[in-house]
Design a protein around this ligand. Structure first.
Ligand SMILES: O=C(O)c1ccccc1NCC(=O)[C@H](O)[C@H](O)COP(=O)(O)O
Length: 258
């Protein structure tokens, strides 16, 4: 089993546990469920923002513990104040050390928030809306093209945007009208190696009318310049900031060089 299969198998167990504790009707009564969502796809093309989707990530399967002590409230406040186009908050606990509580704390910021999790069930989409997310992630490697389309259509019915993540050419067939943005993950999930050339290789094969997002392994402002020239509008960055004792300082220093 590769890591994605392991994560998704655990995710399915977790969803069953959550459904038993809180029904969809319960989630629909949450105050944020009726909230008007913010658009990440628009924020990415706003020239006053950086294009960075800054991620709050405590640990990962590839790196183990990245930052065990950073405050989600403080770090996301700095990310938003210094020009992040969006925030990405890991809500998976077992593999990434995140939680729904983290996203609720980040929700104090008035920038679009991506619920970063492994979405395979409509229940998680309802939950994303209930905790204040604006965008969900759909990972092509975990879903058939038909499931991408149906989960994305369901998300749109709740006024959530959808970022579809692909890893290679074979996953281009997952792109459908219902997704708002297409991300290319530079991390090979079998070897965990990151290679920015994955983004540069795929951009020419992606639809020009959907903002393209380069994901993973970005650690140098020069790389953002290269990716922008190639056509990318969004840059999902986690570890580069989170591995520093104070991710806020790392973010502030990075954006000075853009
Ligand atoms: O980060 C991992 O180790 C990982 C392993 C298995 C599935 C997904 C994984 N990462 C999720 C992400 O997409 C990244 O958190 C995101 O793109 C930011 O990447 P980075 O800037 O390299 O932290």
């Amino acid at each position: 089993m590769n890591i994605l299969d392991t994560i998704v198998a655990r995710k399915k167990e977790e969803i069953a546990e959550r459904k038993a504790l809180r029904t969809v009707a319960d989630l629909e009564k949450e105050p944020f469920f009726e909230r008007t969502t913010l658009s990440l796809s628009q924020s990415l093309v706003n020239p006053e923002r950086t294009g960075i989707i800054a991620e709050f990530k405590r640990k990962s399967p590839s790196k183990g513990i990245i930052n065990g002590q950073a405050s989600v409230e403080d770090v996301t406040a700095t990310y938003a104040r210094l020009g992040a186009s969006g925030l990405s908050v890991l809500t998976d606990t077992d593999f990434f050390g995140g939680s729904n509580a983290d996203l609720l704390l980040a929700r104090q910021q008035q920038v679009p928030i991506l619920r970063k999790d492994f979405m395979v069930d409509e229940y998680q989409v309802v939950e994303a809306k209930a905790i204040g997310a604006d965008v969900i992630l759909l990972i092509a490697a975990c879903l058939t093209p038909e499931r991408v389309q149906s989960l994305a259509a369901f998300a749109k019915s709740l006024k959530l945007e959808v970022l579809l993540e692909i890893h290679d050419e074979s996953e281009l067939v997952h792109i459908c009208n219902e997704v708002d943005m297409v991300g290319v993950n530079n991390r090979n999930l079998k070897t965990f190696e990151v290679d920015i050339n994955t983004s540069l290789r795929l951009i020419g094969k992606m639809p020009a009318h959907k903002p393209a997002v380069a994901e993973s392994g970005i650690s140098d402002p020069e790389t953002i310049k290269t990716l922008k020239q190639a056509g990318f509008k969004g840059f999902l960055i986690g570890e580069n900031f989170m591995k520093q004792p104070d991710p806020s300082i790392a973010f502030a220093d990075f954006v000075k060089h853009l």
